[in-house]
Design a protein around this ligand. Structure first.
Ligand SMILES: NC(=O)c1ccc[n+]([C@@H]2O[C@H](COP(=O)([O-])OP(=O)(O)OC[C@H]3O[C@@H](n4cnc5c(N)ncnc54)[C@H](OP(=O)(O)O)[C@@H]3O)[C@@H](O)[C@H]2O)c1
Length: 265
């Protein structure tokens, strides 16, 4: 796969995260192609990663076996209209939130091999969570898995409707943790810690908790119980969170995100 030609339409944040992951994982940069409206953006990507830049969408399509649609959802239809006849050999990966694989396949023609992906921003640091859905053949699914696995973990869903829940949990999820971090940092400062120290305490605590969650094999509930001594400080904090209806707030927040995803789709 390391010499597969992979083209990106749109060279923004998510495209850069995926390019960084691929090149760091040993994918030949001369087999990565990018086009973007901004020439400065293309120059910057070429200078940093050694990738090839293309003047337009047609050039990316002719250079690539795999084409990643990495523009904003509202720009997808305009991009697809420039595709022309594509054929069944090329893999089209869309990371656009809310745009169904069926919509893309119908626009491109019935034999188009489309893989829909919901990544998240931790792809930028190689710790992304990307969820994939496709009805295309095995080779196309393997190619998409290869592209996304370079920037973090992957999982597949068989029912595209589940992409709404995925968007609400992992797509938007980093923002929930960032909000909690903001609130914890501010609370630390209000108790007299310096901003610098409070940020360090919260960042490292988040990293440590995330590693325990993903590496210990224990559930979040068990890990929580294990750090909560009866009558201790953690129990006092958690009781205050339950009294403040945190579980209800999280449930309705994630339901609201899934509802918004359905509306956008
Ligand atoms: N960021 C996330 O957390 C996240 C998570 C999951 C999925 N996604 C999806 O990832 C996609 C990309 O998001 P992003 O944050 O990387 O967006 P972005 O930074 O705005 O990148 C998109 C880039 O594509 C360029 N572009 C627009 N139309 C083009 C065209 N016709 N030809 C070539 N380039 C074109 C844009 O240029 P202009 O700026 O000039 O328009 C921009 O540089 C979105 O569909 C989003 O839904 C993002």
């Amino acid at each position: 796969m390391q010499n597969l030609n992979i083209g990106f339409i749109g060279g923004g944040n998510m495209a850069e995260a995926l390019i960084a992951g691929l090149t760091a994982a040993g994918h030949a940069p001369e087999c990565v192609w990018v086009t973007d409206i901004s020439k400065e953006r293309l120059d910057a990507l070429q200078a940093q990663y050694g990738v090839g830049v293309c003047a337009d969408i047609a050039e990316v399509l002719s250079a690539s076996d795999v084409v990643v649609l990495a523009v904003k959802p509202q720009q997808i239809d305009g991009v697809l209209q420039k595709f022309g006849e594509l054929g069944a050999e090329k893999t089209v990966i869309s990371i656009a939130a809310g745009i169904s694989a069926k919509h893309i396949a119908l626009t491109l023609g019935n034999d188009a091999a489309v893989v829909r992906v919901m990544p998240n921003t931790p792809c930028l640091v190689g710790e992304g969570m990307s969820v994939l859905y496709s009805q295309a053949g095995k080779i196309h699914c393997e190619r998409a898995e290869y592209v996304l696995a370079a920037s973090g973990q992957t999982a597949w869903v068989e029912d595209e409707q589940q992409m709404h829940a995925v968007t609400a949990v992992s797509g938007s999820g980093p923002a929930y943790f960032f909000l909690l971090a903001e609130l914890m940092q501010a609370a630390g400062q209000s108790l007299g810690l310096s901003r610098e120290l409070s940020e360090k305490l919260v960042g490292q605590t988040a990293l440590g908790a995330a590693r325990m969650l993903t590496e210990s094999g224990k559930s979040a509930e068990l890990l929580r119980q294990q750090v909560t001594s009866p009558g201790g400080t953690t129990q006092a904090a958690l009781e205050a969170m339950f009294e403040g209806h945190l579980p209800d707030a999280v449930r309705s927040a994630i339901a609201a995100a899934a509802k918004r995803s359905r509306e956008l789709g």
